[in-house]
Design a protein around this ligand. Structure first.
Ligand SMILES: NC(=O)c1ccc[n+]([C@@H]2O[C@H](COP(=O)([O-])OP(=O)(O)OC[C@H]3O[C@@H](n4cnc5c(N)ncnc54)[C@H](O)[C@@H]3O)[C@@H](O)[C@H]2O)c1
Length: 263
């Protein structure tokens, strides 16, 4: 097998949550560039339509469905519908996630300021949404006896993180163990389950706060490479974990963090 075949996704069907922006959009783009048909899903219909058009304009095969990952029934129905219509569901990228506000250095981020409603909302999207995405995909991948599941965690799930709120660090840590647990159950079916743990990327998370010069500088100062990342830089790892090139990798969450986890 040559390197191009090793990384090819020709004929595969992929579903990406939170695909309208940032990392989800970049991952959708690379899956399509490698030959997959990509089902972009997101809660933001207008941005989703722009994302679908962008993937198609660069020659990719794509469709778009409005989907809120905190609605477990809708998530399962979407996976079932995609698998029925296309004949398989080969790649699931559980990417959708939201901020839980600032970390404990600001008053609003301290433990006694954590708001119950916000805690529940972050858990519903960042944890239950990821679990439901893995669950919805597993049903089809077990039957197919093949598949790739990627969950987007964070370096904030691998260690404490001064810049992130409690619910964010807790849900991202939970995703890391969800990945291990599902990887064990699904290994006999040749379904690989892995996580991606990004450091700071220049996306629209938290209303694009990370792109404000002073916030970007604060994040950059924590990164050994001395900068935050462009969303494009997620593409290599996402393609690796979606393709045959990672045929012996399962149950791990790989940091993509400019060196943060090595400090
Ligand atoms: N940007 C970073 O620095 C960074 C670092 C570590 C981890 N992450 C993770 O990467 C993932 C993607 O975030 P991003 O940085 O690209 O942010 P982003 O805000 O640019 O994109 C997130 C997308 O998810 C969508 N979304 C939000 N709630 C949703 C829901 N309930 N259902 C479906 N879609 C929903 C948004 O509409 C948006 O299009 C998240 O899980 C985030 O926690 C980001």
């Amino acid at each position: 097998m040559g390197y191009a075949e090793r990384f090819s996704l020709e004929g595969r069907i992929g579903l990406v949550t939170g695909a309208a922006s940032g990392l989800g959009l970049s991952i959708s783009q690379v899956l399509a560039e490698a030959g997959a048909h990509v089902v972009l899903t997101d809660v933001d219909g207008a941005a989703l339509e722009r994302a679908r058009a962008a993937v198609k304009e660069s020659g990719g095969s794509a469709e778009a469905h409005v989907l809120d990952v905190s609605d477990r029934g809708a998530l399962r129905a979407a996976a079932d519908e995609v698998a029925a219509r296309h004949g398989s569901l080969d790649i699931m990228v559980a990417n959708a996630g939201i901020t839980a506000g600032p970390g404990y250095l600001t008053d609003a981020g301290q433990i006694n300021a954590v708001d119950d409603t916000q805690w529940d909302r972050v858990l519903g999207i960042n944890l239950t949404g990821v679990f439901a995405s893995i669950q919805a995909a597993a049903k089809h991948m077990k039957r197919q006896r093949s598949g790739r599941i990627l969950a987007v965690a964070s370096v904030a799930g691998l260690k404490s993180e001064v810049m992130c709120g409690y619910a964010y660090t807790a849900t991202k840590a939970a995703v890391v163990n969800l990945v291990r647990q599902a990887a064990m159950e699904l290994a006999p079916y040749d379904v690989m389950v892995n996580g991606i743990a990004p450091g700071p990327f220049r996306t629209n998370i938290a209303g694009g706060r990370i792109r404000q010069p002073e916030v970007e500088a604060q994040f950059a100062s924590m990164v050994p490479l001395g900068r935050i990342a462009d969303p494009e830089e997620i593409k290599g790892l996402a393609l690796l974990l979606s393709s045959h090139a990672s045929s012996f990798i399962t149950g791990v969450t790989i940091p993509i963090d400019g060196g943060i986890m090595a400090k």
